[in-house]
Design a protein around this ligand. Structure first.
Ligand code: PGA
Length: 253
C-alpha cells in the first residue's frame, strides 16, 4: 500500500559501535515524534550490522533493510549473501539496483530482474532503485532510460507483486554530489513513472506504489521535494548517517 517512506541507506559506513549509537538515536527519535501508521522509517546498515539492527529495533516502528542480495538462492559464491540468510535473522527488506551496485559491480537490468525475483520468492520486500546518468539527462534521454530500467527489471512481474515493491528514483548525477533534482524535476519523473506503470498494469496499481526520490536529500530541501504529489518520500544516503538530519527528514515527509 502506498505510504510515505524514509529509508536510510548507510552504504559502507558505521562500525558496530557507531551503528548501535545511530540505531538508538533513531529509535528514540521516532518514538518521540510518534511516527504513525502512514509513515515507514527504514534503515539499511551493512550486512554485518543487520542482526544487531533487527534486534535493537524490534520494539520500534523502525524497519531494517539489507543493501544487496545475491541473485542465486545459495551455492559457491564466495563472499556473497543469500536472501534466506537475511530473512533468517529477521530482515524484511532489501535494496536492489542501487546505482553504486550498477556502476561499481556491473549489475545489469537483467541481473537485477533475477535479484528481484529471488528477493520476492524469499519474502523480502524490495526497494528497487533506478535513475539516469547525467549524460542521459543532457541528451534528453532520461525518460527513455528510466522506462527501460523498469521494463527490463520489473515488468515481467504480475501486478500483485508490487504490494512488496517500493520504487526509488535516483538520478545518478544527484547521488552524493550535493546536487539535488529540483522538486519539479522529481515530480515530472515520478508522474512519468506512474504513467508507465499505468500503461503496463493499471491505474489502481500505479496509484498504489510508493515512489521515493533519492539524491542529496537533506533537511533543508526535504520538505519541498516531499510536498510534490507523486513523491512519497526519500532514499537518503549521506544525511541518514547523522541522527538529527535523518530525523528531520523523517519529520519532513
Ligand atoms: P545521497 O545518496 O543522499 O548521499 O545523495 C542517496 C543514495 O545513494 O541512496
Amino acid at each position: 500500500m502506498r505510504k510515505n517512506i524514509i529509508a536510510g541507506n548507510w552504504k559502507m559506513n558505521k562500525d558496530l559501535n557507531e551503528a548501535k549509537e545511530l540505531i538508538k538515536g533513531i529509535r528514540k527519535g521516532v518514538k518521540k515524534k510518534k511516527v504513525g501508521k502512514n509513515k515507514r522509517v527504514i534503515i539499511a546498515p551493512s550486512f554485518v550490522n543487520l542482526n544487531t539492527a533487527v534486534k535493537r529495533t524490534k520494539k520500534s516502528v523502525v524497519e531494517v533493510a539489507a543493501q544487496n542480495i545475491h541473485e542465486e538462492v545459495n551455492g559457491a559464491y564466495t563472499g556473497e549473501v543469500a536472501a534466506n540468510m537475511l530473512t533468517g535473522i529477521g530482515v524484511e527488506l532489501v535494496i536492489i539496483g542501487h546505482s553504486e551496485r550498477r556502476t561499481y559491480f556491473g549489475e545489469t537490468n537483467e541481473v537485477l530482474a533475477k535479484k528481484v525475483d529471488t528477493a520476492l520468492r524469499n519474502k523480502l520486500e524490495v526497494i528497487f532503485c533506478f535513475g539516469e546518468q547525467l549524460s542521459d539527462r543532457k541528451s534528453e534521454k532520461h525518460f527513455e532510460v528510466v522506462e527501460s530500467q523498469l521494463k527490463e527489471s520489473l515488468f515481467h512481474l504480475p501486478k500483485e507483486d508490487y504490494s512488496k515493491i517500493v520504487l526509488a528514483y535516483e538520478p545518478v548525477w544527484a547521488i552524493g554530489t550535493g546536487e539535488t533534482a529540483t522538486p519539479e524535476q522529481a515530480q515530472d519523473m515520478h508522474a512519468f513513472i506512474r504513467g508507465v506503470l499505468e500503461k503496463q498494469y493499471d491505474k489502481e496499481m500505479a496509484d498504489g506504489v510508493s515512489i521515493l526520490y533519492g539524491g542529496s536529500v537533506k533537511p533543508a530541501n526535504a520538505k519541498e521535494i516531499f510536498s510534490k504529489p507523486d513523491v512519497d518520500g526519500g532514499l537518503i544516503g549521506g544525511a541518514s548517517l547523522k541522527k538529527d538530519d535523518f530525523l528531520a527528514i523523517v519529520e519532513a515527509v
